[in-house]
Design a protein around this ligand. Structure first.
Ligand code: COA
Length: 180
């Protein structure tokens, strides 16, 4: 799938409905352990039905997809894409839910996940722009996104309120194709 090969024997694959349970577990870990990085809380997401998780990673419309970084068969990282279907915004997709478990960081998993998501979006006809938000001060994530071609274009003050106070969100985007 991707040209970027992470070290530590981690490989990246598109998630399917079969991965819903482990995806849920990993994202609940993410909302809990990296609370400032996400807009949702672990409690909110823990209350979502199985159908919500299935739709997040394997929506039959193809508008929502997710990628997993696996070591052997264990899911250790993930990122998801949401494509717009509205006539005026269907050239855009949102990159969400980027997380790599602490023991697997700094070995290329995040970069490989991003690369897989970018390639998937590039292969989808008509998708021109990828956008994301990142909590201000999350330098690891900002650096990773910059390395993959994302540029900041604005900051929303007081975007989320976390246990450590209000946080701003930096909006970033990356062009992935040129309009025909
Ligand atoms: C941000 C995150 C996904 C990065 O994942 P990762 O697998 O460690 O990233 P990679 O190993 O692919 O790193 C690629 C590059 O990003 C940069 N980077 C990653 N982590 C970094 C850190 N802690 N400090 C500085 N730069 C960092 C480096 O330039 C790195 O390249 P290098 O290791 O060759 O120097 C991971 O730290 C994470 O899950 N954090 C908690 C959740 C989160 O913040 N999600 C983002 C929500 S917007």
């Amino acid at each position: 799938m991707s040209n970027v090969m992470p070290q530590k024997n981690v490989h990246v694959a598109l998630l399917t409905a079969q991965n819903a349970t482990e995806y849920r577990e990993l994202m609940l870990e993410a909302y809990d352990l990296a609370a400032d990085a996400f807009t949702s809380t672990a409690a909110e997401r823990a209350a979502e039905p199985e159908s919500w998780w299935l739709s997040r990673i394997a929506d039959p419309s193809g508008l929502k997809v997710a990628f997993g970084a696996f070591e052997s068969n264990t899911l250790v990282g993930t990122v998801a894409l949401e494509f717009s279907c509205k006539p005026k915004t269907k050239h855009k997709a949102l990159l969400i839910g980027m997380y790599v478990s602490a023991g697997y960081r700094r070995c290329g998993a995040g970069k490989a996940l991003l690369q897989a998501a970018i390639e998937h979006a590039q292969a989808r006809a008509g998708t021109l722009v990828l956008a994301l938000t990142v909590t201000e001060g999350n330098n690891a994530a900002v650096k990773l996104y910059q390395l993959s071609g994302f540029e900041a274009f604005g900051t929303e003050p007081m975007a989320i309120r976390t246990a450590s106070g209000f946080k701003s969100k930096v909006h970033m985007s990356r062009t992935i194709a040129v309009a025909a």
